[in-house]
Design a protein around this ligand. Sequence first.
Ligand SMILES: [Zn+2]
Length: 527
Amino acid sequence: MRGHNGAHGVTRPTCFGSPRPPSLTHYPSAKHKAPGKIRAPGTNDAARARLLSGTWRFVCGRAQTLANRTGHLFNAPVLQQQTLNRPATYSGVGLHSGNRVTMTFLPAPANTGIRFRRLDLEGKPEIEARVENVVENNRSTTLAKGNTRVHTVEHVLATFAGYGIDNAIVELDANEPPIADGSSREYCKLVQAAGIIAQDERRQPYRVTAPIELEMGDTVMTMFPDEVFKITCTSSDKQGRFTQLYSVELSPKTWEQELAHARTFCFFEEIEYLITNGLIKGGSLENAVVIRDDAVLTNEPLRYADEFVRHKMLDIVGDLALLGRPVHGHLIAVKPSHSANCELVRRIAAQMRKPLLAAQSFAPPAAPGLPPPGATGAQEAASTEGGMDTLRLMQVLPHRYPFLMVDRVIKIEGNHIVAAKSVTVNEPYFQGHFPGQPIMPGVLQLEAIAQVAGIVMLKRAENAGQLAYFMSADKVRWRKPVQPGDVLIIEVELTKMRGNIGKAKGVCKVQGEIVSEAEVTFMLGQG
Ligand SMILES: [Zn+2]
């Protein structure tokens, strides 16, 4: 669940690199009250009456983190996929419905991912925790498939992602997990009760290959390539009073000690709206920190001085799990929201598909027992050599009959490529070029050189999915006529690649003799 709506007037941090500049961490303890002490809300407010009506309890307590009690789980980087060792069950109240909900975490086979299963519906339908199934981001993340829905999945997903659990089934007898204390603390206890075991299959984290940027309203997010998963986040309320900044490298240890206990927070002025709209029937100070003006209403002391921004990061960990595999990169997030988090996941997924497309198009068929092409990303795709049939060619080139001037690629070695085109009497241009004495138009041989040159450029993973536009041709020579029945061999050497511009030298041969040649320049761009 997110803490608040888009805020204004955030104080931008001057240094993202340092983990907690004290000057950027504001909460009202210094001037007003120590964390955890309760300051009563103002008078004459309907929401105040509700706050004090019994659902909301003001109980001071001492913060005690699970990590302090139990130490940490599993610090070493894990290469194998993981699941739970045994089922574990927890019952509590659903935030939206206010009803009792029972949730069970179950082990699942490798490559299952995380799935929610609704026991209260006929057929016990399941929903995969994937961004494709996200249907709503109003204060929390909701998944749906057909008529089946599960609300507020992010704190559960964050728990699995935080501990590095790849595969699990989450059984529910309602449409949302129990909200517990508004953090992931109870879910962590559940995982500890269940235990974690390694599976035979290897985990395949996706490493961001180039910065991914996102701007949505006040939200700015950029994900940079990195060897690990780091989050640097800053957030604030509408008046910029609670500007906080925190930075962490995610590991099971940091998850459990630094993020998992951070509770959902909301603003006092929002409560009336939420209650009126039935958004938090199960809401209370048991499961949220309430900010009223410059005071913090909570039934126990703040668990971290910068608990609000840490909860935002907990939400990010949960939402980014919707990618379906761990991600490596450094995310800088300014005022994140669930909708922005999910949009970022879509953009990461789009980047992930690019090298996969290139790898699938250029790699030779996988030998039995080898992982599928694309499994290890762009570098492998870029170094793969081999031929291509027409079908694979058409995954790379946008051209189609009658303007696909290449039938197959015979070989690609570095920047050198050899391709072939069988010239048949059925080619449409022979009808008019010229009846009685059919000759393949020279400009189409030029087009063939440009298309083949484009294949080498598009072979680079970062260019996959783009189109090659013909810009110019120099030193064009047509030496001999090409006739029906000839097999045109097109040999191209890519001589220059700078940015999205490429230059290439090409010759067309028939039976070993040069029939045409040219130097072409082309540009890559989005279609
Ligand atoms: Zn949340």
